[in-house]
Design a protein around this ligand. Structure first.
Ligand SMILES: [Zn+2]
Length: 85
């Protein structure tokens, strides 16, 4: 999911933290992808309030979906481990 920079019109990417991914694996990667800050290659960090409302609502929906996906993965992994013992 790519967003367009409200300042220069360039591509904006999530600043996904490598540290969180290493610490918490896939769940950490999902959470940081869902809630990480957005960065434009030209303008640097872009606040959520700078994006137009329809883009913000799309971001919120994506974040919730990814958050829910992370929780579901975690629950599936835990129940899988519990059954294996
Ligand atoms: Zn920009």
């Amino acid at each position: 999911m790519a967003y367009v920079c409200p300042r220069c019109g360039g591509p904006v990417a999530r600043d996904v933290s490598a540290g969180a991914s290493i610490l918490f694996g896939l769940v950490g990667a999902l959470v940081s992808a869902a809630f990480g800050s957005l960065k434009c290659a030209q303008c640097g960090e872009i606040g959520h309030s700078e994006f137009p409302p329809e883009v913000r609502s799309r971001m919120t929906r994506n974040s919730i979906l990814m958050g829910v996906g992370g929780v579901v993965l975690f629950v599936v992994a835990v129940s899988f481990l519990a059954q294996g013992s």
